[in-house]
Write a protein that binds this ligand. Structure first.
Ligand code: GLA
Length: 394
């Protein structure tokens, strides 16, 4: 056997051949590792998204995991502008509503994809009292205050820091809301970390601290459509919610204070059912909300643990979304105020019911309901909340 100077003997030749084979195998392995999505690492990239009307630069971060799932987040409002996850055939599609331009988010956003604060959902008559002091907020929803007021956390530019590990990739957003901002007391330092995990989940960790007693209720306001952004209404999607009770509302969508049993009502989602099955029921509460726009009182084994709150499933694409949270409530909103006036990132306009929100939260108007779990944050304490939206195929 002629194997060159490296192979003085037959035995040496065998070693040389196997070394050669080994290096070929290694090269193939390296190639597979580099190209196979299974072994690709999670990544994060940053681009300039635009400038706000008042001249602040806004960046967009793209987080991708090893399966190709991808989320885009802008520093304006901490908004998720796009979220691509696979269907049962492995096809990735954007499953959240949004816009293509910053100016649209600044001027006409019905909270698509946004971080909500200081107070998610409504505070009655834009007023509350704390430690014997009265506070007045902006009445930006009839006489009530909604989602933090005129310039809530959905309309501010957040500081961003990339957080990356091998399997997970994250973006840490920080904001200092100064004492008196939108009428709320205390300098509030807020941190929100979005993590895209290797198993196709978006984890949102919220923390906040204050230097004066205040109220805090942070949430995230993506409008999901598991069939794909712009694919039509969500009425055929199937929802299951772990809640025996919900909080009925008055005509201005403020909770009456009652914790009503869901049994025998369109609010009974304890067993999975299509959203469409109850949305035209004529039930007084559904009519008041123009559909579902209600807070569910989550059944919890442990007050503070991360527990499964809901499961949403789209039979057409096989996409499923689990919602896990440490929060006591879940606002289920079926995009009732979408009226065909907004042209979105799908390229078309959004009509009623083309997206749904599952906003994990403390109950609306808690500062005016002492029987509801408290939303008060005192100096020295840390507000902590975690929610996971996990995407699966079924
Ligand atoms: C929340 C509210 C709804 C509506 C949307 C935003 O989900 O409960 O009533 O205001 O936000 O349009």
């Amino acid at each position: 056997m002629k194997l060159g100077y490296y192979s003085p003997s037959r035995r040496g030749g065998a070693i040389f051949v196997s070394l050669k084979k080994l290096s070929t195998v290694l090269a193939i392995l390296m190639f597979l590792l580099a190209t196979s999505p299974t072994f690709a690492k999670a990544s994060i990239t940053k681009t300039v998204y635009g400038k706000t009307g008042d001249g602040k630069e806004v960046n967009e971060y793209t987080l991708t995991n090893s399966n190709g799932a991808e989320v885009k987040i802008i520093t304006y409002g901490g908004i998720i502008t796009s979220l691509r996850v696979p269907d049962r055939n492995g096809n990735l599609d954007n499953i959240v509503l949004g816009f293509n331009k910053l100016v649209d988010y600044e001027t006409k956003n019905p909270y698509f994809g946004a971080l909500i604060g200081r107070y998610g959902n409504r505070i009655a008559n834009a007023k509350f009292a704390l430690d014997g002091k009265d506070y007045t907020l902006a009445a930006n929803n009839g006489s009530n205050s909604l989602h933090g007021g005129n310039k809530g956390f959905d309309k501010v530019v957040w500081e961003a820091k990339e957080v990356s590990g091998d399997a997970n990739v994250g973006l840490e957003l920080s904001y200092l809301s100064s004492d008196g901002e939108e009428g709320y007391p205390g300098n509030l330092t807020v941190k929100v970390v979005y993590t895209l995990t290797a198993d196709n989940a978006i984890k949102i960790d919220y923390t906040a601290a204050t230097d004066k007693a205040t109220v805090v209720n942070l949430t995230h306001h993506s409008y999901f459509n598991l069939g794909g952004n712009g694919s039509g209404p969500i009425y055929n999607e199937v929802l299951q919610v772990n809640a025996d009770k919900y909080t009925p509302v008055d005509a201005t969508l403020i909770p009456t204070g009652e914790l009503a049993d869901v049994t025998g009502t369109p609010f009974d989602f304890r067993n999975p059912k299509t959203i469409g099955s109850g949305i035209r029921s004529g039930d007084e509460q559904v009519v008041l909300g123009r559909g579902y726009d209600h807070n569910f009182v989550l059944n919890r084994a442990d007050k503070t643990a991360l527990e499964k709150a809901a499961y949403l499933y789209d039979p057409a694409t096989g996409r499923g979304m689990e919602v896990w949270t440490t929060e006591p409530g879940l606002q289920f909103y079926t995009g009732n105020f979408l009226d065909g006036t907004l042209v979105g990132s799908s390229g078309g306009m959004y009509r009623q019911g083309e997206g749904l929100c599952l906003e994990t939260q403390h109950f609306p108007d808690s500062p005016n309901h002492s029987a509801f779990p408290s939303t008060e944050l005192k100096p020295g304490d840390t507000y902590q909340s975690t929610t996971i939206y996990k995407f699966v195929v079924d």
